[in-house]
Design a binder for this molecule. Sequence first.
Ligand code: SF4
Length: 457
Amino acid sequence: MRNPRIGVVSLGCPKNQTDTEVMLGLLNQAGYEVTFDNEEAELCLVNTCSFIGDARQESVRTLVELADQGKQLIVAGCMAQHFKEELLAEIPEARAVVGTGDIEKIVSVIDSIVKDSSLRVVEVSDVPNDYTDEVLPRMMTGVGASAYLKIAEGCDHRCTFCIIPMLRGDFRSRTIESLVKEARVLVNTGVREIILVSQDSTYYGLDIYKRQALPELLEKLHEIEELDWIRVMYCYPTETSEEFLKTMARLPKVVKYVDIPLQHSHNEVLQAMARPINPGKVVERIRKLVPGVKIRSTFIVGFPGETDEQVEHLAEFIAEHKFDRLGVFTYSKQTEVSSGSMPDQIPERAKKSRRKKIMSIQHEIAYKLNQQMVGQVIDVLIESYDDKKNHYVGRSQWDAPNIDNSVYVTDPEGNRCVLGDFSRVKITEAKPYDLYGEALEDLVPAKDLPAKSLASV
Ligand code: SF4
């Protein structure tokens, strides 16, 4: 009997995307045919997200749509970990559920349901703390010359709004050796930018090495010759140490970009969230120690008990610190975590209007900051070409994929931009969340540029 063709949908965050890529890599290695066109697939692997209400709805919608098209389903990821019984009961097409700590069993799960068409398989560890340090095969699903490298799984913090530790377990770092080995494999396939992801990247190493080992990891990755950019996502305020920031400032390939979710400015709200207080201090530390840095942060409005005065405090904090990139989420109530039962839950309408207020302040700030880029010459990693608009689309070192600004680049001579490579671009126009520019003749690979030119533009 022919093995079924396997389609895939990966939902949620970049960490989930790396899990999807590992599962596809294992299936491919085991001889299964993987297709990115679900029309052609008999069996679909859906790696779900269960972080907040909207993410759950999207996961359920995706499963129902595929089931309606007659596809058999393998449900993996956070929703499988969270709602295994409900999924099996409600979706007859769900042939298997695979938890967040069980992704390496994907081949045996699919082997079993292929052999026995009446079987439904559940592989969900109660506490998803298993984690291998092996370099597993990966089938890339992203576009361009960037790849995520998941440096750890789980989280040791217990923010009162967050369900992640329940779904992903405690923090488990991979070893430096394993990560460098995987990074080399990725770079050998043409990857130019490695993006380090985890729930809390600055915590890296505290479990296995008993010290913050992110600076050491960055040093080792920096030695990979063909690698151009190293990006760190998800820093935690109290662990964003001087040593880490000084390492970022010193190593030219480590992009001068700090992604640090602060969640709120007001200490009482932060205490209710079980988050570090006084967030302004870390912002000042980052700006002092990393010349040319751009900071991305995210905030939550509408946390239970948040008052109008506390929203005003947040508005003033954002106006004062002028974040280069900023996201604002409305609080999403979840009954499984302690904030779900806190008094004074905020009505949805008020949450949305608070979000709108903060975003309108940020809109002005982002526009002014982007205007300062006009006339500058920067390196842009070219990722796609839009033939309708006749321009390339890329990113600067200060922009993470699918989150931050894009740079739209025209190439007047038609020979200055190459997909998956860097171009030197003169910025000619700026909008609040995008830049426009023209490719220059000077095609200097970013890694050959002196550290100063990368840090100071
Ligand atoms: S640090 Fe992030 S992942 Fe960990 S509990 Fe807090 S919000 Fe969740």
